[in-house]
Write a protein of this length. Structure first.
Length: 206
């Protein structure tokens, strides 16, 4: 395969979604941390403003997720998220070994990208967990916290609002860790900015 080959991985709708989603997630993380901090919110931005920003960003992320979900249902992009039983454990372990050892010792990339493979196994598993589990949960719990009257009063001996808030924060933390790893992995390649250019132009250099 030529080192100059390009694949159109990111159609316009996906790039638009990615931009809105990234901005919304970053605002949600910072406002969420501010709301949970025991330190008084900064004198520049009051607590009520932080809450409003968090809620607005949450609505943007929820709407952009709807675009993402529908887009994956009606376009070929959804095929990249299919997980097969064959090599379910072996493939991600092989990729993990490459990240931990192989790429520092000149080993060949185990799962080269192609028109049929946009993600390596670890990426695919992570994206499926985040986009089809963590994000829906954080959206659902966020809507519930906006309208607490719809939350069950008690979950065993715990307040329903408390359980919902804990799940919302836990999923938010998980997404935050994913974002950090996502940015690091995106910097691995021909150059640190190569993958970032791809999500802007739509074309990925193989």
């Amino acid at each position: 395969m030529s080192s100059t080959q390009k694949i159109y991985f990111y159609p316009l709708w996906l790039r638009i979604w990615h931009g809105f989603n990234a901005l919304g997630i970053i605002i949600l993380i910072f406002t969420g941390l501010s709301m949970q901090s025991s330190v008084e919110s900064s004198q520049i931005v009051g607590f009520n403003m932080i809450v409003n920003l968090h809620n607005i960003a949450g609505i943007v992320v929820a709407l952009s997720y709807l675009l993402y979900f529908i887009g994956n249902m009606v376009t070929p992009n959804g095929k990249f998220y299919t997980i097969k039983a064959q090599g379910f454990f072996k493939k991600p372990l092989k990729q993990a070994r490459y990240y931990a050892w192989g790429m520092f010792h000149g080993e060949k990339y185990p799962f080269p990208l192609s028109e049929k493979r946009k993600f390596n196994p670890l990426q695919k598993y992570a994206y499926v967990m985040v986009m089809y589990l963590a994000v829906p949960l954080v959206i659902i719990t966020g809507i519930a916290l906006l309208f607490p009257e719809i939350i069950i009063d008690k979950v065993y001996t715990f307040s329903g609002v408390f359980v919902t808030a804990v799940m919302h924060s836990t999923m938010g933390f998980f997404i935050s860790i994913f974002l950090i790893v996502h940015l690091y992995i995106a910097s691995i390649g021909k150059s640190p900015l190569e993958n970032f250019k791809s999500i802007i132009t739509g074309w990925h250099h193989v």
